[in-house]
Design a protein around this ligand. Sequence first.
Ligand SMILES: [Zn+2]
Length: 463
Amino acid sequence: MSTLLVKDADVVITMDDQRTVLKNAGLHVRGNVIEMIGPTSELPSVADTVIDATGLALLPGLVNTHHHMFQSLFRAVPGAQDHGLFDWLVRLLPIYGEITNEAVHTSALTAMAELILSGCTTSSDHLYIFPNDAGLDAQIEAAETIGLRFHATRGAMSLGRSSGGLPSDDVVEDEDDILADCQRLIEQYHDPQPLSMIRLGVAPCTPFMVTKDLMRTTAELARSYSNVGMHTHVGETMDEVVYCEREFGQRPAEYMEELGWLGQDVWWAHSIFLSQSEIEMMAESGTGAAHCPSSNMRLGSGISPVREMRDAGVNVGLGVDGSASNDTGHLFREARNAVLLQRVKSGAGSFTVEEGLDIATLGGSAVLGRQDEIGSLEVGKAADFIGVDLHTISMAGGAVHDPVAALILCDIDRVDLSVINGRTVVRDRQLLTIDVDDLVAKHNKIATDLVSRHPNPERYKLV
Ligand SMILES: [Zn+2]
């Protein structure tokens, strides 16, 4: 197996149990596994590939636990810029109904490129709409091309407007077809082995966009395999709590429990409107939370009780959420926003800078059930790490005092280095696996075409 030596980093931030930070240090990798970590003087002096990391902080790659990558085509869409979740969906769902397989593939590459350049080495995605020839296979192919460790989740909507749902009937699917496609995808792509690059999950869009029956059957299907995850949105808006209490006489977490959607293999996106007893249900069952602060601010949804969840022992990871409700997919900035937003809610001392880095790395790995493989730099773990330049203008006067804190408090435009599963994906701030300029040109062409079919009736004229 080939070897990789990354040496002379200013600091190596391991995120191990002792939160060890090493100076003038590096890593030695064999294949896709970290073999040694330590001061450069104690590492082997030769390897098949040697990277000089002078000036960089090395740290574990960040983990993104919630996204809708196809929405990278629909950022800043007129008519969906200043609305809460419901009106935002009403404007965008018809546009989502235009996507094709090529749109899914191209937008996935764009979202993954943006994530990788912002420090992410493992991401999940939640694709829940399959009009035209769109398929989840295109995303998996994109992840393999670009080199991202990927948890693809097969989403679904089955309750159309004629059944009292929000989406129009032409974009919802038959539940037998959904279940069959989930099974096909798991059997074709899911790799349950340690250090696997592709894992699958089942992911009805929300518990209210499908029937109870589909929630139960997808859970049974997932649990008939090893390491298949279960993901959906829970507690994103107060409207959802009101709906749940009115229709079912239950709080959202109680409803999820009835459907079999609590457990270590389950993670919920957002989890904003949860009571203390619901938080305790999450903690006791091992259900994880994907916290998406930028999206929650953008849609004015609310502030997730991350402090309370972490205090109760809930695994909390970060999510950039779909690009139509975030407009960026920058994971370091998401970590910064997570810290700042908790402080808006509960005061400056309520959430430390170190916790921001914690949820971005260890938290995300636990949410995806991969705490033994990723999230920290330790011997035997995956060779997934990033290098951040500590000598940029935005780091000036910050990293010299505390490089760990500067990663969260100062601004990082993009990483200098990213190694994923032992493969160098970014070096000298450039993505090595795809041509970004060509990708952006193609992406913009598709985005323009799809949105132009649904002009905003309220749009003011630019003269
Ligand atoms: Zn979402």
